[in-house]
Design a protein around this ligand. Structure first.
Ligand code: F6R
Length: 590
């Protein structure tokens, strides 16, 4: 997690520019933030606890500066307070650094440095890196000290460092994203492109183990493994600034829910050659895994059901964090298909690394095409959903579901049939995302906004959607929500049902329909309040949310009313749906 932004160039308001850049990255971490900048040969630091979005230019007067670095934090090591907020100084206060990632062996290094007399004021792993660089800088140049220090870091990192007497920024990455925006005689360094998109759409992707140095309007790159200079390509990207901003919407979450009218079509509109190629790989493979974490994991599990039903193929599912325990089964004939919005999720990346060591071919279904995941995969299927900023995934989810559905059909020789089904589903979204539909869900939201717990049940390919619905409700409404396979209720969870407990039943017009209705009836007999998400009303429902009948695309449409409900509950309960407590958008820690 955490957002990094840095600037070097002719503008003399670098600190404020960094603050504005960090505001665009706040979705990556929002418990505290800070900026360091050079002013008249000194390094000044300004740090604050809380959301950077709340900061106004009049709150603090920064001195004139044309070189600044900043960070928006999602705490990993050490609590949320000003001392632990980045940037962090070295002992002699000459070196200052921001960091995204985890320095896994930092305690050993800290002990080593303490023996040499270093004193640490924070509980962070980051401060140790600043001190380590200082230690090397006693006998080496600033650049060489950074190169030496990062060789000692085990784990993932993106760091940006400045030094008091040097008019340069040094940035390095391994496993956490850092992208350079190239303007006219100016450079931006950020964790994600939208942060500098209003200044430039020319980017350079820093790769793992590479270091970049910005000095005197020039940029250079160094490969720290091969120990040689590298040339990097400037790429022009097509994202427009509006897609990365809220526009007239009160929150990114609702904006992104609404965008599904368009994003689903974009996801369906894949290069058929790539889809056929992946289908061929699945047929050829001796064992295929779908992996993902959180919402992407639930989507991957839907994939297992889709393949069983549509292409009569067994695909193994594992959460990214659980995949390492399957490593004994992997051979060079295995195929791994990773599902991810950000392409930076540490657990998924680790699973890919383990698979690659065994010679496994990697396919990624990913939104951020510049991400680490996309770059280390053999084949990439892009979601094309545009930037997803709200922490709770919505539009990326339905795009991922659409691509897996398309793949399942392609594996059965029916890519056109799949496309047709999906285009039909996408065309129905207008009936679901409109004020009348939202008002209908709002009535329900008002009724249940103070409940303690709610449950969601589904069967077949809608069972993982029940799990996904629970995540959506939990993360933004903070209501206890759990998803179950409908048939599992009677084996224990039904004991949780009492009078008026809301239970959402996901009912599709498929071979599970009668069974899920009877599971809902069992709940109702125990006093439960049944909310049916279904193409047709049924007498067991106390509240009915209509969804179009989408056949095998029902998981895509069934999750949409739940996304709307989760958003509305968050707003009614005065939570910020874009920045739920304790969460961050990309989980770059294990
Ligand atoms: C929940 C959510 C998370 C992510 C998970 C994986 O709404 O967004 O559960 O799905 O952290 O992230 P990606 O898809 O970026 O790999």
């Amino acid at each position: 997690m955490c957002g990094i932004f840095a600037y070097s160039g002719p503008r003399n308001n670098a600190p404020l520019l960094v603050v504005e850049g960090l505001k665009c990255l706040e979705y990556r971490g929002y418990d505290s933030w800070g900026v360091a900048y050079q002013a008249k040969g000194d390094i000044k630091i300004y740090k604050k606890v809380g959301k950077i979005g709340d900061f106004k230019a009049k709150d603090h007067k920064f001195e004139t500066s044309s070189l600044a670095i900043g960070h928006s934090r999602w705490a990993t090591h050490g609590g949320v307070n000003r001392v632990n907020a980045h940037p962090h100084f070295s002992e002699n206060k000459e070196i200052v650094l921001v960091h995204n990632g985890i320095f896994e062996n930092y305690l050993d290094t800290k002990k080593f440095l303490e023996k040499k007399g270093h004193k640490f004021i924070s509980k962070t792993d980051t401060e140790v890196i600043a001190h380590l660089i200082e230690e090397h800088a006693k006998t080496h140049s600033f650049e060489d000290s950074v190169k030496m220090a990062i060789k000692e870091i085990e784990g993932r990192y993106a760091i940006v460092v400045i030094k008091e007497d040097e008019n340069k920024i040094i940035a390095a990455r391994k496993g956490s994203p850092l992208i350079i925006g190239v303007g006219k005689n100016e450079f931006f360094i950020a964790s994600d492109i939208p942060a500098f998109l209003k200044y430039t759409n020319k980017v350079i992707y820093l790769d793992d183990n590479q270091i970049c140095t910005v000095e005197n309007k020039k940029i250079s790159f160094f490969d720290n493994i091969k120990e040689e200079e590298v040339k990097k390509r400037i790429i022009e990207i097509e994202w427009d600034i509006e897609s990365a901003e809220k526009g007239e919407h009160p929150h990114f979450m609702i904006k992104e829910i609404i965008e599904q009218k368009d994003t689903l079509n974009r996801a369906i509109n894949q290069d058929p050659k790539v889809i056929e190629q992946v289908a061929k790989e699945i047929k050829k493979a001796f064992g295929t895994y779908f992996i993902g974490c959180g919402t992407a994991g639930k989507v991957a599990l839907v994939g297992e059901y889709l393949f069983a039903k549509i292409s009569k193929k067994h695909i193994n599912f594992a959460f990214g964090s659980e995949f390492p325990y399957h490593r004994q089964f992997l051979t060079n004939k295995t195929l791994l298909i990773a599902v991810s919005q950000s392409g930076e999720t540490a657990d998924t990346l680790e699973a890919i690394e383990i698979a690659k060591e065994k010679g496994v071919k990697i396919v990624s279904i990913v939104n951020v095409e510049s991400s680490t995941m996309a770059r280390i995969s053999d084949i990439v299927i892009p979601l094309k959903a545009g930037p997803e900023k709200a922490v709770a995934s919505t539009k990326a989810t339905t795009s991922q579901l659409a691509i897996l559905t398309l793949l399942a059909y392609a594996c059965n020789g029916g890519i056109l049939e799949g496309k047709h089904l999906l285009i039909n589903a996408a065309s129905q979204i207008n009936d679901m995302i409109n004020p009348r539909y939202e008002d209908h869900i709002m009535k329900l939201a008002r009724k249940i906004k103070n409940v303690e717990s709610m449950y969601i049940i589904g069967r077949g390919m809608n069972y993982p959607i029940a799990l996904e619905a629970a995540i959506k409700l939990q993360e933004v409404s903070y209501i206890h929500a759990e998803g179950f396979a409908g048939g599992e209720l009677k084996h224990g969870p039904i004991a949780l049902i009492s009078k008026d407990t809301p239970v959402i039943a996901l009912v599709a017009n498929d071979d599970c329909k009668n069974e899920i209705i009877s599971n809902a009836t069992e709940v109702k007999a125990r006093g439960g309040y049944i909310i049916g998400v279904s193409p047709e009303n049924h007498e067991v429902f106390d509240y009915w949310i209509r969804v179009p009948d989408a056949g095998n695309a029902s998981p895509i449409l069934n999750i949409i009313p739940i996304q709307i409900l989760a958003y509305q509950l968050a707003v009614l309960r005065k939570n910020n749906p874009d920045m739920p407590r304790n969460l961050a958008k990309s989980v770059t820690v294990k």
